[in-house]
Write a protein that binds this ligand. Structure first.
Ligand code: SF4
Length: 214
């Protein structure tokens, strides 16, 4: 079974995930996605939600707000997301690179992936999440879940490098942004619910096509 067939099977099993999850009270909403993509580095989404909620409550919801707030205060707001000193600095550096809330959509439309990767603290997974979900640009997002699931399915070794895995998906999927968005979200769901570190294969929707012996 190819990766597109796997996508269709997961979509049938789980339905649309409609990512990226936003509450729509950052301005513009693309900024909520960018901030979330930076905050989610090395932590789980529940912790990111807490950090984003603190920012909402403090009225720190635009790029200008992040540029203006004292870095120490920003650290306090985002503390639940962990690595808060590093992430506060990264949010500010990203906000500086964009310039203003008004400028964000243009920035997301025009920036190159290479340019994003030159910003301190923006690695490939964060860059591709920002480009795909905030910028509607066709870059496939790879994370540790993607590598775990697809290595178990026999496509590549789990330690395969990021770019090779990204290009593999981009080569083997229809060139469709909606599919890229959904597929990444479906992989995350599969990895959280079934293909965990200790997999729960019995009820996995891919079990007929998976020969992983854990
Ligand atoms: S059958 Fe097991 S190892 Fe294979 S994808 Fe499903 S949960 Fe992962």
């Amino acid at each position: 079974m190819g990766v597109f067939e796997i996508y269709k099977q997961l979509l049938k099993a789980f339905g649309n995930q409609n990512w990226w999850p936003v509450e729509n009270n950052f301005h513009p909403k693309e900024w909520e996605i960018c901030a979330g993509a930076i905050l989610t580095q090395n932590t789980n989404w529940n912790n990111v939600e807490k950090a984003l909620n603190n920012m909402r409550k403090a009225g720190c919801v635009t790029i200008e707000d992040v540029l203006e707030i004292d870095e120490k205060d920003l650290r306090e707001l985002i503390k639940p997301a962990g690595f808060y000193k590093q992430k506060a600095e990264r949010l500010k550096i990203f906000a500086e690179a964009v310039g203003s809330s008004e400028n964000l959509k243009t920035f997301l439309r025009k920036t190159s992936r290479e340019n994003l990767l030159r910003i301190k603290g923006i690695g490939p997974e964060t860059a591709d999440s920002i480009l795909l979900y905030a910028g509607n640009r066709r870059f496939f997002v790879v994370d540790a879940y993607t590598k775990r699931v697809f290595s178990r399915l026999g496509f590549f070794p789990e330690n395969q490098n990021y770019e090779t895995v990204r290009k593999f998906f981009e080569k083997n999927l229809p060139k469709n942004i909606k599919i890229y968005k959904e597929f990444h979200a479906l992989i995350v769901k599969l990895a959280k619910d079934f293909c965990r570190k200790k997999p729960f294969c019995e009820k996995c929707p891919l079990k007929e096509d998976c020969s992983f012996k854990g």
